[in-house]
Design a binder for this molecule. Sequence first.
Ligand code: SF4
Length: 290
Amino acid sequence: MRWTEPVFRPPSEAESLLLPVTVGCSHNRCAFCAMYRTKKFEVLDLPGILKDIEEARAWPMLQRAFLLDGDALAAPTDLLADVLAAVRERLPWIRRVGVYGDAQSILGKGADDLARLHGLGLGIVYHGIESGSAAVLERVGKPVTRDEMAEVRRVMKASGVKHSVMALLGLGGTELTEDHAKGTAEALTAMDPDYVGLLTLMVVPGTAIALRQDRGQFELPDSWGMLLELRTILAGLEVTNARFSANHASNFLPLTGDLPADKARLLALVDRVLETHDENLLRPEWRRGL
Ligand code: SF4
């Protein structure tokens, strides 16, 4: 298997076949992200991918596949279609294929191409929006307009592919914390995804945001500030039917539930923790990780 380290995948793909289709991230400029800094974006050749698929026949226990790397949806539709068709034919036990994509790659594909890929087995696109605040997105180098977000919703719903959207608590720093939380709730509502994931920003040395932090230009909210952001997002979130997860290892208060059914319960839980202000109810710093 032609893995180029380091390899990343969404938490829910921990048991998946990680199939190299691209290397790196086509954007690779977000101020907070160091995941693909050492890699130059490249679309791998089909014969090599087919060879890896043959190799993966040795692991029939893996029932899901995840197409690497950070933005494999940016690869040409025909290539992805060939890969999905080969997975279906040679690894018939694979029940779902997932991929990372962003607004650009989702809109670049459009509903028809995505529906074609869905017909060949693409089951889910993991999409890190990070924030819904225009100011925050501009600062971190990942600008997306509200119109583009609405179009992403239309394309994803029309395609039939599940849409998992992630945002990062703390990304606006203390300065933009309110704007970040309110904007993120609005963006998530506008996208109406099937899954909502909230992670907490951990400043990685060497990133642009770490540099701003060193210069005193960026300050992370503390654990209570992060929890307030989470509350604001949850309170403002209006979705049709979504699995909500804020249980990533980076989060101070692990939460999961189904929205809208569990919204009142989750909010009450957050409010109880906020009222007590008891640090013991939060995940300690040493147990947090990426
Ligand atoms: S956050 Fe996503 S889009 Fe931005 S550089 Fe990292 S992998 Fe690429």
